[in-house]
Design a protein around this ligand. Structure first.
Ligand code: SAH
Ligand code: SF4
Ligand code: F3S
Length: 478
């Protein structure tokens, strides 16, 4: 529509987002302003989160802030006063789902005109998305990005009181914000951001643009957070970052991810997991920390993306098939029995049948016990978006099926090796199989279903594996 003044909004710019500075990030401390305290009393919110754990962790922060403002959580859309779609931009199909949702919510807004509809997360960082919302999705009241979720009180207040549209997305990250309240989803396991952003610039990937420059939290803030979780009865933390192996590099004080694991092992937390790792930054100190600590779990998600050196180079991944397999061999040597999973992309621009065969070869050699596999999706603004791509979509899908058939054998093998073993399971909740079954994960991150009393939820219990399936284990308590 021609009558909208687009210039008055703060919009994202992917070219700006690409820039990196040499400065060490500073930390600032969040404090809820007096004028927004209580403005959510008697009102409800609902956050729908898509994408990765970074988004889930962000949703817990938004929820924590909204609850400090007085809002109450609801899962009922028609009873919501505020709905936020916390979005993901990693692949086109992720975005299409969200556009569908945004369209659907238009009719809800018609019947509930006071409802505030918000969009946050990685899609909000894309200029094409914000342009489209401004022009065609006028029922969206609020758009903010990944760099300013701590400013949600101000935005919600403006949207509520002035009934104005609020669009504010920063292209560049600001300071690291500490002391953020969190309404955590679980009572026994927690996400912990240890760093934000990504500086890898894999040529297919939008994340370095939507999440900004790599910034590591100060070790003391992370250690304090884990200590307070231990006090609150938490058993497991998952350390989050797009490339956790690069933790600390930006702080330039020589303190690395391996050091952090060793220090966190002293906090008394029972289980430490982390995601995601980049093979190029993985060091022996990290492997040794897994071996030497009580709490770092013997599980490693190490995305490889492709087995073809030619494609890896075009992806800007900084390793070869051989060097990846070497890293893996070293890891398995240092931590015998460790379970390793990966991510792979098929149909990257220019991938030939021969390149794809290299990926299949690598999967056979690596003995992965699981993998997330994707067909390449073109992301506007990334370097690979300009690469020539002449493989038909049908052929890419067919490659994905062949790859998945091989990957599934790995899942099966990974579960079968625990048949008859006694495993330690952190009980997550009731199993979706019903029948009085509970479900939880082993140290090696295998899903186990077993009969047990719901009182056990949140505890770590011993279970004997009686049967192994492709996707999970079945056991009985010992
Ligand atoms: N920082 C993490 C997570 C990135 S997103 C990492 O490096 O592993 C998770 C996975 O999505 C990636 O590992 C990759 O396999 C996949 N992915 C990212 N961009 C993609 C794209 N444009 N098309 C298809 N898959 C993609
Ligand atoms: Fe994307 Fe690569 Fe960064 Fe992972 S490491 S977030 S795949 S750019
Ligand atoms: Fe998606 Fe952003 Fe995560 S693009 S995968 S939500 S970092």
């Amino acid at each position: 529509m021609a009558d909208i003044d687009i210039t008055k909004y703060f919009k994202p710019d992917l070219k700006e987002a690409r820039k990196r500075s040499k400065d060490v990030s500073q930390s600032v401390y969040f404090d809820l302003a007096d004028d927004v305290k209580g403005i959510g009393e008697g009102k409800t919110y609902k956050i729908d989160t898509y994408g990765c754990q970074a988004n889930e962790a962000d949703a817990e922060i938004m929820a924590g802030i909204l609850e400090q403002m007085g809002f109450t959580k609801t899962t009922d859309e028609t009873a919501s006063d505020l709905i936020i779609l916390n979005t993901c931009a990693i692949r086109e199909n992720a975005e299409n789902r969200i556009w569908g949702e945004l369209g659907r919510l238009k009719s809800l807004k018609r019947t509930h005109p006071d409802l505030i509809l918000g969009l946050s997360g990685c899609m909000a960082q894309e200029e094409v998305v914000v342009e489209k919302i401004l022009k065609k999705y006028q029922h969206i009241d609020l758009v903010f990005g990944t760099h300013n979720i701590h400013m949600i009180p101000e935005y919600v207040k403006t949207a509520m009181l002035s009934k104005e549209r609020v669009i504010e997305v920063f292209s560049k990250q600001g300071d690291i914000v500490e002391n953020l309240p969190k309404a955590r989803h679980h009572t026994h396991k927690a996400w912990i951001n240890i760093m934000y952003g990504c500086d890898e610039f894999c040529t297919y990937c939008i994340v370095p643009y939507t999440r900004g420059q790599e910034r590591s939290r100060h070790r003391d803030d992370i250690i304090d957070e884990v200590r307070s979780l231990v006090k609150d009865g938490y058993s497991e933390v998952t350390l989050l970052g797009q490339n956790v192996n690069a933790y600390g590099k930006d702080r330039k004080d020589g303190y690395t991810f391996g050091d952090l694991l060793n220090d966190l092992d002293q906090t008394g937390i029972k289980r430490i997991r982390f995601t995601t790792s980049h093979p190029h930054d993985l060091d022996v100190k990290t492997m040794e920390a897994i071996r030497d600590s009580k709490s770092v779990m013997p599980f490693f998600h190490l995305p490889v993306q492709s087995g073809s050196d030619r494609i890896l180079k075009r992806m800007n991944r900084h390793y070869t098939k051989a060097s990846y397999l070497e890293q893996l061999a070293r890891l398995k040597d240092i931590v015998p029995g460790i379970s390793v999973t990966t991510d792979m992309i098929v149909g990257f621009p220019g991938e030939t049948e021969d390149d794809f065969q290299q990926t299949l070869d690598l999967v056979k050699e690596a003995n992965f016990e699981g993998a997330f596999t994707f067909v390449y999706s073109r992301r506007a603004g990334t370097p690979a978006a300009l690469f020539e791509d002449d493989t038909p979509e049908e052929e890419k899908k067919e490659r994905l099926q062949r790859l998945n058939a091989l990957v599934n054998l790995g899942y099966k093998r990974g579960h079968a090796r625990f048949s008859g073993h006694i495993v330690e399971v952190l009980v997550d909740g009731e199993s979706k199989h019903g029948n009085g079954m509970l479900a939880g994960y082993t140290e090696h991150n295998k899903l186990v279903n077993f009969k047990g009393d719901p009182d056990l939820i949140g505890q770590i219990v011993s279970v004997r594996v009686t049967e192994s399936k492709t996707w999970f284990l079945i056991g009985e308590r010992v």
